[in-house]
Design a protein around this ligand. Structure first.
Ligand SMILES: *[C@@H]1O[C@H](CO)[C@@H](O)[C@H](O)[C@H]1NC(C)=O
Length: 342
């Protein structure tokens, strides 16, 4: 520091002037740090915003109604899932039908759903929109191996109307599921959840099973958690609060007050659908031990142990929380899963 100053020819740093300002800054930071948990307890809606992060419509400047700028053989559809709620969905047909799809209208795409190719409903994680890079990549990779992919922005996300809630997400996806089933004939329909979306996937699968006796053909859970409380206790942003007195009461217990549960651990205990869990060991957001725990809960509850699989992507591949779809082995992993459940 001193040498650097000397070179620039500046005088001695006057610490006596800086010290009080530094102290004030630290005091301010501390007050902010200490008030956050109390504010959350007082206003659970703040926590809802932190969990959903739907206000960040990233990437900016993408026209979500024109997926053709990012994806081939894809159309945008708007579905009204409930009065006042319209959600945006991209439908990519399998790449094998790419040439045929050129210049075709929406009715061709709807009809294409009945072509016997399997279907993925892609339920993305929190923050950003269906145009986020890693989501677009997942769509491309799955379309390349023969799936229809329907990528949704839930209510409150992207260009979808309404405001986000756990129950509202279930309503949106059930509507989409029915819309697809009405067109897809005997094709298999899978729920692919990523991160926050894994909880939505298990909520929907459970609802279908309990309310209608319908078993979803399979669930793929990428970077999942056991339930939102465990996730919140383990994500890095709460790390600086873990030692904070009353963290459980002020923050974790508030999740339930905000109607946030996403209890995949409870859901898998009643499900019967095949489940494939994917987790990168270097996931810095949701640690892979939560994915493994979910797997263990599922496999001990399932009668047919072959129906539950856990695939860990080794540390240091850099796949982290979002990039499993970039791993060249993913298509093989998914195809093996499909082969195993037929
Ligand atoms: C569509 O496919 C063509 C030919 O494979 C490719 O060159 C182009 O980059 C693709 N477009 C998009 C938006 O991915």
């Amino acid at each position: 520091m001193a040498r650097c100053m000397g070179r620039r020819g500046a005088g001695q740093m006057d610490w006596s002037a800086w010290l009080p300002r530094l102290k004030t800054t630290f005091l301010h930071l501390f007050v902010i740090y200490a008030s956050v948990p109390f504010l959350i307890r007082l206003f659970p809606v703040l926590l809802t915003k932190c969990v959903f992060l739907n206000m960040f419509k990233i990437p900016f400047f993408v026209d979500l109604s024109r997926p053709e700028l990012l994806l081939n053989h894809t159309v945008n559809v708007y579905l009204t899932t409930e009065p006042e709620v319209t959600i945006g969905v991209w439908h990519s047909v399998p790449a094998s039908r790419g040439i045929e799809a050129q210049g075709k209208d929406h009715s061709w795409y709807e009809e294409a759903l009945g072509d016997d190719n399997p279907v993925i409903l892609y339920l993305h994680g929190n923050g950003a929109t269906r145009a986020a890079n890693h989501r677009v990549n997942l769509i491309k990779v799955m379309s390349a191996i023969g799936f229809h992919v329907l990528a949704v922005d839930y209510r409150g996300y992207g260009d979808s109307s309404g405001s986000p809630s756990e129950g509202g997400f279930t309503t949106d996806i059930l509507y989409l599921y029915d819309w697809v089933k009405a067109r897809s004939g005997k094709s298999r329909v899978f729920l692919w959840g990523h991160s926050l979306g894994t909880g939505i996937a298990t909520n929907v699968a459970r609802k279908l099973l309990e309310d209608r006796g319908t078993q979803v053909d399979g669930l793929i859970l990428e970077s999942p958690y056991t339930n939102i409380r465990d996730a919140a206790a383990n994500i890095p942003v709460t790390k600086i609060y873990r030692q904070f007195p009353g963290f459980d009461y002020l923050v974790l217990d508030t999740l339930a007050l905000a109607d946030l549960f996403f209890q995949s651990d409870e859901n898998v205990k009643v499900l019967t659908s095949p489940i494939l869990i994917l987790h990168a060991e270097d996931d810095p957001i949701i640690p892979s031990h939560l994915g493994r725990k979910l797997f263990e809960i599922a496999i001990s509850a399932y009668q047919d142990k072959n129906k539950v699989r856990f695939v860990a992507f080794p540390d240091k591949l850099g796949l982290a929380h979002d990039y499993i779809s970039f791993h060249p082995d993913l298509p093989t992993v998914v195809k093996d899963f499909l082969k195993n459940i037929t």
